[in-house]
Design a protein around this ligand. Structure first.
Ligand SMILES: Nc1ncnc2c1ncn2[C@@H]1O[C@H](COP(=O)(O)OP(=O)(O)OP(=O)(O)O)[C@@H](O)[C@H]1O
Ligand SMILES: Nc1ncnc2c1ncn2[C@@H]1O[C@H](COP(=O)(O)OP(=O)(O)OP(=O)(O)O)[C@@H](O)[C@H]1O
Ligand SMILES: [Mg+2]
Ligand SMILES: [Mg+2]
Lengths: 227, 227
């Protein structure tokens, strides 16, 4: 499903070039469950943003489901993103003036789904993460963990084949984290591919493969858990 | 240092009233190291915002260092906050158009410190959290864990007597989290009072007392660790 070849990303800050991602080459197959770990600043979010088509590499190639997406226009990339994947951002990226329900429904607006159907599906996802009673709160009227769960619900609402989640349990207590992982596990059992950035080993334990980043490179790539 | 009596906070959302904090009564002495735990949405951040003078209770009283702060004007509250405490927000709250250095120096601007001294002290705190080489990056040019560390450095820069930290290791990998806790431990050894919200038991283990929240109330208050 995912194939990256010598993927690189440098940022310019004033006159300096920050090498956020060195050459990363790897493949992730359909239905895999991969955990991404590594120190703060090691390139995990940069890598996830490239996988999610939210950013373009400085060099290297990225094939998603057999199609080279490296050269696509912004619009074409947005269309692929909308129909194929769900993204949970490290800092949630919710629209501040929209309610939880409207935030969760947003991918369905892009997908051309009619309003009554959007509301029904968005509410179903909110129920799944235990937030049906917060549907009309705006993000500033939600706790940190509630905002995170709204971001997760939004990533699920369009039935994506691939879920990219950047620290999805960062703001959640242990019990809520385990409930979320059980939900993600169930999605994976049904064939959905998961790539999850986490710094918690208890969360990484749900995955079947762990990629470890350090200084913008993958330094370890191992299978974990029961076969 | 901290004394709250029947502290309550309700929010209005449309026609509904959300009881975020029921009556909380407790005291925290000088030099204590307290961990605050509890499920998502149980009132932890609401409680911390009240302790930090960033919000006013709907009912109840709050004495900080012997002074009733419940009735203070916004300006008087800001002055107390600036000279007494450092606050690490769950969502960092960094100024997006300012560099890491400028963000860390901000409390010193309010304290009337001159520019050269501000820069020196801000850089010292950035070094402490391992980010001297990111001093001129803006928040959007930093990783999640780097933004969190800038928020921590900002909370320390004015040598506060009380540090209120809401999930300060939420975006940090294990090693960086432990380095941060060692730093906070050292501050506590030097007499600084710490109140830390965390959902990670490994982090709570550094504290000597744990407050557990559920549905807006403190349901458990116990001493932990070696005497
Ligand atoms: N501004 C607001 N308006 C309305 N309701 C709010 C507001 N802020 C918080 N709430 C509600 O108050 C309750 C407590 O929120 P709080 O942020 O204190 O929880 P928390 O314990 O910090 O949770 P988390 O661990 O997820 O950060 C939540 O149910 C939340 O929906
Ligand atoms: N827009 C940007 N401009 C400049 N440098 C950036 C930018 N975004 C990230 N960086 C730098 O690139 C490096 C990698 O960042 P990235 O966000 O990928 O790290 P990360 O592994 O996700 O870290 P964390 O665990 O803290 O979230 C960091 O050193 C960061 O300072
Ligand atoms: Mg990151
Ligand atoms: Mg909170």
């Amino acid at each position: 499903l995912i194939q990256v070849t010598d993927l690189r990303r440098e940022y310019r800050v004033g006159e300096v070039s920050v090498p956020a991602l060195g050459g990363v080459s790897l493949e992730i197959g359909h239905g895999e469950f991969v955990a991404v770990m590594g120190p703060s600043g090691s390139g995990k979010s940069t890598f996830m943003n490239l996988l999610g088509g939210l950013d373009r590499p400085s060099a290297g190639r990225y094939r998603l489901d057999g199609e080279d997406v490296t050269g696509l226009s912004a619009d074409a990339l947005a269309a692929v993103r909308n129909r194929t994947l769900g993204f949970v951002f490290q800092s949630f990226n919710l629209l501040p003036r929209a309610s939880a329900l409207e935030n969760v429904a947003l991918p369905l607006v892009y997908a051309g789904v009619k309003v009554a159907e959007r509301q029904r599906r968005a509410l179903a996802q909110l129920e799944r993460v235990g937030l049906a009673d917060r549907a009309h709160h705006r993000p500033s009227q939600l706790s940190g963990g509630q905002q995170q769960r709204v971001a997760i619900a939004r990533a699920l609402v369009n039935d994506p084949r691939l879920i990219l989640a950047d620290e999805p349990t960062g703001a959640l207590d242990t019990l809520t984290s385990l409930e979320l992982m059980a939900l993600l596990q169930e999605l994976n059992d049904n064939g959905i591919t998961l790539v999850i950035v986490t710094h918690e080993h208890d969360i990484a334990a749900f995955a079947r493969r762990v990629l470890s980043f350090r200084d913008g490179r993958v330094v370890e790539d191992r299978a974990v858990g029961a076969p």
